[in-house]
Design a protein around this ligand. Structure first.
Ligand SMILES: Cc1ncc(COP(=O)(O)O)c(C=O)c1O
Length: 415
């Protein structure tokens, strides 16, 4: 029997995250996921056994460099990049977008146009919007009232002056997966480049920068089972054209070093190896075969199946409850929705709801999630902003039921 569709081994998956043994139900994963034991172990191993500067001739320095290379290789596998040099490490997605915008700055001339999406997290807006100080014209791509983006709307904004389109793969509020390959194809038809924020996508589905033909793709490792660091993919030829941001003797040809001033964090990036190993092992346990990338894709398939069950149960509850209202599309058609679900409770301030849920040891969040322009556009900024329950594959149906029971109790107490 071809059993690639074996369900995710939930108990094993949960056992790989030491913090899940505690009393909390973590439904705030889009803020930051829990960390794999393997990640913690790699960080310790580096700091205890390899913590010296790279570039020395002695053995430990060589081992430190090898660790950084392994981390870059792991990020390459995670994103399916063609070469390890296409991976740039940075402190966070916000910093990597800032890095990219600074390194690209001199490629723009007055009158060039950049398309920004108002549904993005601010990290993929503000740094680009500042290009207007140099005469760049900003065009806004807005979602409709349900948060959906339309390709026809995008096409209406594109012309021969368009140089760049910046967009998110999944909104950290709406949870809907945008058709990034189609968007990239359209953008390229107009001769422009695309920068994708993949932060809210990466924990849920396999990234494939080559299949989608995106120019730049950025996400945060701390939301994807690892530590506080982030990675940016860029097509090699494009990275080679960017200005360097390091010392003058780091020439343009030094890809990616010229974009990692002061060096990348060694131990945190080394630990990306443990994320890839974990995802591949999930895939193997779900019946996957082949090389690490194939196993990782099988792992993400198992993640998708598990998340679909959670998403459906939670959306059905929120949609059926007369007191709650889902923000965005309340359906998960063809697995196009990840379990990042924003909602409101009638007549309640979201801050009070979170505080009440804290007492049930259920971690959720409220506010604008730094996607303020979207929250304003949707008219949801008041009363504490949207509530957000954001799940990943290590959450269980039993936890969803605990969440809905707690929410029922909170609403009842407030009545
Ligand atoms: C969709 C999205 N993009 C970007 C970011 C920013 O990531 P970082 O904290 O690594 O700068 C976040 C953080 O919440 C996010 O949710």
């Amino acid at each position: 029997m071809d059993d690639l569709n074996r369900p995710l081994e939930l108990v094993w998956a949960q056992s790989q995250f030491p913090s899940l043994a505690g009393p909390w139900t973590f439904f705030d994963n889009a803020g930051g996921s829990q960390t794999l034991r393997g990640v913690v172990d790699r960080i310790s191993e580096f700091l205890i056994e390899r913590n010296v500067q790279i570039g020395g001739s002695y053995e430990i320095s060589q081992k430190a460099a090898e660790a950084l290379r392994a981390g870059r290789g792991a990020a390459q596998t995670l994103m399916n990049a063609e070469r390890p040099e296409e991976i740039v490490f940075g402190h966070s997605t916000s910093v990597l977008v800032m890095t990219l915008a600074a390194a690209m700055r001199r490629q723009f001339s007055p009158g060039d146009e950049v398309v920004l999406c108002r549904a993005d997290h601010e990290s993929n807006i503000g740094h680009w919007e500042r290009l207007s100080e140099f005469g760049v014209v900003i065009r806004w791509w807005d979602p409709d009232a349900t948060g959906r983006l339309s390709l026809a709307d995008l096409e209406a904004l594109l012309n021969d002056k368009t140089r760049l389109v910046c967009v998110h793969h999944v909104s950290n509020i709406l949870g809907l997966i945008n058709p990034i390959a189609d968007i990239a194809e359209l953008v390229h038809r107009y001769g422009a480049k695309i920068v994708v924020d993949g932060v809210a996508y990466a924990p849920h589905r396999a990234i494939d920068v080559r299949a989608w033909d995106v120019d730049y793709y950025i996400f945060s490792i701390y939301k994807c089972y690892g530590a506080h660091t982030a990675v940016m993919y860029g097509k090699y030829d494009l990275l080679a054209e960017l200005d360097g941001l390091y010392h003058y003797f780091y020439g343009k040809e030094m890809v990616p070093g010229k974009l990692e001033p002061g060096n990348a964090n060694y131990e945190l990036n080394y630990a990306i190896t443990a994320i890839v190993e974990y995802l591949a092992e999930l895939g193997r346990r779900a019946g996957g075969t082949g090389d690490t990338r194939a196993l990782l894709e099988a792992g993400y398939q198992a993640i998708t199946a598990q998340e679909d069950v959670l998403t459906t149960r939670l959306l059905s509850y929120l949609d059926a409850n007369p007191k709650t209202r889902v923000i965005g599309v309340p359906l998960n058609e063809n697995s196009r929705r990840v379990p990042t679900i924003a909602f409101r409770i009638d007549g309640m301030n979201s801050k009070d709801v979170c505080a009440a849920m804290d007492r049930h040891h259920i971690a959720i969040r409220h506010g604008d999630f730094h996607s303020r322009r979207l929250v304003e556009l949707l008219g949801e900024i008041g009363d504490g902003g949207p509530l957000r329950a954001s799940l990943v594959h290590y959450n269980s149906l039993e936890q969803v039921d605990r969440f809905t029971a707690a929410l029922d109790a909170v609403v009842k107490d407030a009545a």
